[in-house]
Write a new protein. Structure first.
Length: 344
């Protein structure tokens, strides 16, 4: 890996971050007259902890990663955008990513005017590290990987992922939004070995908290310090900080939900396989299944007519004819299967 300071945009390296009242005075006091807050309407009158330490301590216990190696943001969307803004000089640097994958990496690259190079996965959606690395050049700052990948559902082979991390001299982001549903371990256990690795996870999927908007990035303390430098001062509001702290007590419930969804996933795969028109059910390590049918557009519309919404991935690279089906409750999956039988 190149020296981190050589990878970071010069203006980001040089700038002084916004210093809030909460940053300047951190201790205990009885009278706070420093932040122009309203003294009434406790506790929501006060600005929240800009670095969410209490919540990070809790996340730290669950993930086995020190609080200093954690960034919390407004969904994963925030760290995806920030990593681009920290490392990529508009109209100069570029990003390399697998294709197909999650659409937000490309959107954030476009917003920031950064060239985005797509490298096709193999036909079975596996990763070819050499092919990916061949698309990089001296201006490539970030590689985006997603494992399990969206919309394909598969885990990327760990040997290939590690080859990318070990060979590339820039930043590698591995998005593990669906890792709770996977058979393979998270890369988090090896985070300290790879100074150029950023692992993304989220509360939006396994934890059932998509509405609260909380995403996690795990990386070296140095990388995390740049996230903190660039983020909005109060990027995670107090309602989210307090609420998610409470939800994290329900680790057991999350585990039960994941177990239920994994067994529902197996059942759904089994029943989908019985439908004569289903051409292919791709293996999945996520909470969704990619399914190939003869006419995805037609089938999508017919399901909509029955009040059932799946994701039409027909126009996505390597996914022609495919629908992406999220695993629901037993009852929801049954309704889907009944509708599919009728459509035929
Ligand atoms: C759903 C999803 C996310 C979650 O995004 P949030 O902003 O945290 O809700 C992240 N990455 C991938 C690949 C996803 O599919």
């Amino acid at each position: 890996m190149k020296d981190l300071k050589a990878l970071i945009r010069k203006n980001i390296l040089a700038m002084k971050p916004y210093s809030s009242a909460r940053d300047e005075f951190k201790g205990e006091a009885s009278v706070f007259l420093d932040a122009n807050e309203n003294p009434l309407n406790n506790p929501y009158n006060r600005y929240p902890d800009p670095l969410q330490w209490k919540l990070k301590e809790k996340v730290s216990e669950i993930k086995g990663i020190a609080p200093e190696n954690i960034f919390l943001g407004n969904g994963s969307d925030e760290p995806i955008d920030l990593v681009i803004r920290i490392f990529c000089e508009p109209r100069v640097d570029n990003i390399v990513a697998i294709d197909p994958t999650y659409g937000m990496y490309f959107v954030c690259a476009e917003v920031n005017d950064i060239e985005y190079r797509k490298v096709l996965l193999n036909d079975d959606f596996s990763l070819d590290a050499d092919k990916l690395l061949a698309a990089t050049d001296k201006n490539t700052k970030i590689i985006f990987l997603c494992s399990p990948n969206n919309p394909t559902g598969n885990l990327l082979d760990k040997t290939e992922v590690l080859k990318v991390i070990n060979t590339f001299d820039g930043i590698v982001v591995v998005d593990e939004a669906y890792i709770d549903f996977a058979t393979d371990n998270s890369l988090l256990t090896e985070l300290d070995k790879y100074p150029n690795l950023i692992v993304l996870q989220t509360f939006s999927k396994a934890w059932g908290l998509a509405a609260v908007r909380l995403g996690m990035a795990f990386a070296s303390t140095e990388i995390i310090s740049y996230f903190n430098k660039v983020k909005y001062p109060y990027n995670v509001n107090k309602l989210t900080q307090d609420f998610v702290y409470g939800e994290l007590e329900k680790l057991q419930q999350k585990t039960e939900w994941v177990d239920m969804l994994i067994s529902q996933r197996a059942l759904l795969q089994q029943e989908l396989a019985k439908l004569p028109f289903v051409q292919k059910i791709y293996p999945t390590d996520a909470n969704f299944i990619l399914v190939k049918v003869p006419d995805a557009n037609d089938m999508y519309k017919k399901l909509v007519d029955k009040g059932i919404i799946v994701r039409n991935r027909n126009t996505v690279s390597l996914c022609g004819g495919c629908l992406r089906i999220t695993v629901g409750t037993g009852n929801e999956n049954k309704k889907l299967l009944e509708a599919l039988q009728l459509i035929g």
